[in-house]
Design a protein around this ligand. Structure first.
Ligand SMILES: Nc1ncnc2c1ncn2[C@@H]1O[C@H](COP(=O)(O)OP(=O)(O)OP(=O)(O)O)[C@@H](O)[C@H]1O
Ligand SMILES: [Mg+2]
Length: 112
């Protein structure tokens, strides 16, 4: 797996942190799986749980920022975030990003 640009690694870390916090707070899950994989120039982070799930179409509470914040972070980096969940069926969150070309990484990070 290539070394990741710090914006990308920070964004993925925040997604993992929020997803795991949500699982601890809301899901009552028995099993949680987190995997990070790279294929070609794409990197993918997936977090699944087998907890209560929730209705992704229901209006979000006005004071809930976790899921929207995750989506905005991914969008800013040109990536995508998908959330699949149904009441009683657990939740799967997938964040996907294209890695910048190596020249672009060097341009933003002289140590790369
Ligand atoms: N893994 C999950 N399992 C079950 N329900 C979830 C899960 N993740 C999120 N939810 C539901 O989606 C809602 C919105 O999540 P979000 O992270 O946006 O807000 P929050 O966790 O309630 O508050 P905040 O993250 O702003 O502190 C949660 O209140 C919860 O009902
Ligand atoms: Mg949250």
């Amino acid at each position: 797996m290539p070394r990741l640009d710090e914006f990308i690694s920070t964004a993925l870390f925040r997604v993992a942190q929020e997803a795991l916090t949500n699982i601890a707070r809301h899901a009552s899950a028995r099993t949680v799986t987190l995997d990070l994989s790279g294929y070609g120039t794409t990197i993918r982070l997936r977090i699944r749980d087998d907890g209560t799930g929730f209705d992704t179409h229901a209006a979000a509470r006005a004071d809930a920022f976790g899921l929207t914040g995750m989506g905005e972070r991914m969008l800013q980096l040109g990536g995508t975030l998908s959330i699949e969940s149904k009441p009683g069926k657990g939740t799967e969150i997938v964040a996907e990003l294209r890695l910048p070309a190596p020249e672009d990484v060097r341009a933003t990070n002289p140590d790369a």
